[in-house]
Design a protein around this ligand. Structure first.
Ligand code: ADP
Ligand code: ADP
Length: 226
């Protein structure tokens, strides 16, 4: 686990659009931060900068005590969960879970231990030999989370992981993510525009507006009626 520190972070896209300006946030070890705000306010850009999928044009991002501005995504010790699952269609669930670890040269016995543990946590054991197309949306999202868990990263980054699911499943999965957080306690940044997800999951909420931090606080602080 690790803290994440954003220090005066800014982003200007190559075309000249300013997406993020002067964002400073100290995320504690084990803290669950939810980024909220209207469409286009910069949530996705900010998350992708922490992930290394977008360049950081101003300021610094630290994961633990390491400045990661110039560190490749694969070397940042983070795992990201995407809205569209991003599973490999030709691989079984087990292969999807093992793939990233194999690439890193993790010993086979250790891979098996982590895959079994993730399968047990996420209750996807019965589906390990299926291909993603033979799974429901909720099962696919569990596999996507499993792929992040087996990495045992310093932090999880979630980009609207539940927004492709129907309303009922979103409720279930929201509670499952909460349980997961209690069990693993891994530092997380979670982007959503669902207020219930934000309130249920966040230790602290960061409200972005036009690329800047408008408010930061506990769900009670942020959603309390004036
Ligand atoms: P959100 O995730 O909150 O919807 P985004 O981070 O996607 O917001 O977008 C923030 C701003 O940056 C928007 O004005 C958007 O149009 C712009 N933007 C996002 N991606 C790019 C890009 N690749 N090139 C140029 N502008 C972009
Ligand atoms: P979301 O807000 O759900 O991430 P979008 O439809 O805003 O989805 O963006 C989809 C993709 O297009 C993202 O990868 C984003 O970076 C890119 N994008 C968004 N706005 C722009 C833009 N103005 N110019 C170029 N690319 C953009």
């Amino acid at each position: 686990m690790a803290s994440i520190t954003l220090d005066n972070v800014g982003k200007v896209y190559p075309g000249g659009t300013r997406a993020i300006g002067e964002v400073s946030i100290d995320i504690a070890d084990g803290e669950f931060i939810v980024l909220v705000g209207p469409s286009g306010c910069g949530k996705s850009t900010l998350l992708r900068m922490v992930a290394g999928l977008e360049s950081i044009t101003e300021g610094t991002v630290r994961i633990g005590d390491r400045v990661v501005n110039n560190i490749e995504p694969a070397d940042r010790d983070i795992a990201m969960v995407f809205q569209n699952y991003a599973l490999y269609p030709h691989m079984s669930v087990r292969q999807n879970l093992a793939y990233g670890l194999k690439n890193r040269g993790t010993p086979r016995a250790e891979i098996e231990r982590r895959v079994d543990e993730a399968a047990q946590i996420l209750q996807i054991g019965p589906y390990l030999d299926r291909k993603p197309r033979a799974l429901s949306g909720g099962q696919r999202q569990r596999v996507a989370m499993g792929r992040a868990i087996v990495r045992e990263p310093a932090a999880f980054l979630f980009d609207e992981p539940l927004s492709n699911l129907d309303a009922k499943l979103r409720v279930t999965m929201r509670l499952e993510i909460k349980q997961l957080q209690k069990r693993l306690g891994t530092t997380s940044i979670y982007v959503t525009h669902d207020q219930l997800e934000a309130m249920t999951l966040a230790d602290r909420l960061v409200v972005l507006s036009a690329g800047r931090v408008e408010q930061i606080g506990t769900p009670l602080d942020v959603y309390r009626q004036p």
